[in-house]
Design a protein. Structure first.
Lengths: 112, 194
């Protein structure tokens, strides 16, 4: 991150440019929604635009494009756990605990 | 007692403590919102049908523009401070505070519209997750406003005593604020458009 006033002055133009680009991308997101794409395509387009916007905020406004190793390390760990968190719904659909292994046998009952 | 490394960087991390602290806090925030996004996916995938077009896209888009603008004014508040322009710094910080207020006012009107129609969180699964996600995000906006109010009011005295430490406080407030903006960037398409 810059702390030298001259360097900060140079970054001001980048802040304004990124701000304007974010507004343009917001307009694109809303416009894309008017095309009534199929749900999978709409989700893909919306998330790609949101991820692009999010990366711009993180890289430029939060100065992540030039940060210290410690911050990258902490964020890498966060990303790993975040991905695991996003896959939790998938684990629930794969979960077979409590369901009978042989439904037919279970239906006829296997009492003692 | 003096708290060490509020201005100068720690030799081992290369960072002042406040900055590392706020990044660790933001990491925990990612997990908090991540858990709720995961819940949203679980509810949506498991639902027989999912409502579409229940929320006002123009209001959501206006709030997106407001938050993006507030992120620009926040980073400018830090940049002008680093350039020793106190008057402009105050102007940008007040602008960020006002934009945050406008965001909450918009949200109030949006919420009241739903409640007037009897559409509270109890109405449907979609509205339950909508109110949870946007309510938590709104609380974060409110938290940011409280910190900004402090930095505009009594906290501003630090500038005269220790300008570097004050600039660091503005920087870490900015990091938090940009994160709040970043969360909304994902909330808007997920809740309003998809």
């Amino acid at each position: 991150m810059h702390s030298d006033p001259a360097e900060v002055k140079k970054s001001v133009r980048a802040y304004v440019t990124v701000g304007l680009l974010l507004l343009v991308f917001t307009a694109v997101t809303v416009a894309a929604n008017r095309f009534h794409l199929a749900v999978p395509a709409a989700i893909t387009v919306a998330l790609i635009i949101a991820a692009t916007k999010g990366s711009m905020v993180a890289a430029v406004f939060m100065h992540l494009s030039h940060e210290k190793q410690w911050i990258y390390g902490a964020l890498l760990l966060t990303v790993v756990f975040f991905i695991v968190l996003m896959f939790v719904p998938l684990f629930t659909t794969l979960d077979s605990i409590g369901t009978p292994l042989h439904p037919a046998t279970a239906a006829h009952g296997g009492g003692h | 007692m003096n708290i060490p490394y509020t201005v100068e960087a720690r030799p081992d991390t290369g960072l002042h403590n406040g900055k590392l602290g706020v990044w660790l806090f933001l990491a925990s925030e990612v997990m908090l919102f991540g858990a709720l996004f995961s819940t949203y996916i679980l509810l949506r995938v498991g639902a027989v049908e999912w409502p579409h077009g229940e929320l006002s896209v123009p209001l959501g888009a206006i709030n997106t523009v407001i938050l993006i603008s507030s992120s620009v004014t926040m980073v400018m508040a830090w940049a002008t401070l680093k350039m020793n322009d106190w008057a402009k710094h105050r102007l940008y910080l007040v602008a960020t505070f006002v934009l945050a207020g406008i965001f909450l006012v918009n949200k109030y009107f949006e919420y009241s519209g739903h409640f007037a129609k009897g559409e509270g969180p109890w109405h449907s699964t979609f509205l339950a997750i909508y109110f949870t996600l946007t309510g938590l995000h709104g609380l974060h906006i409110l938290g940011g406003m409280i910190v900004m109010a402090y930095l505009l009011g009594p906290g501003a005295r630090l500038w005269k005593r220790n300008p570097e430490q004050f600039a660091n406080r503005i920087e870490i407030t900015g990091l938090y604020w940009h994160f709040v903006d970043l969360v909304w960037i994902f909330l808007f398409p997920v809740l309003y458009l998809l």
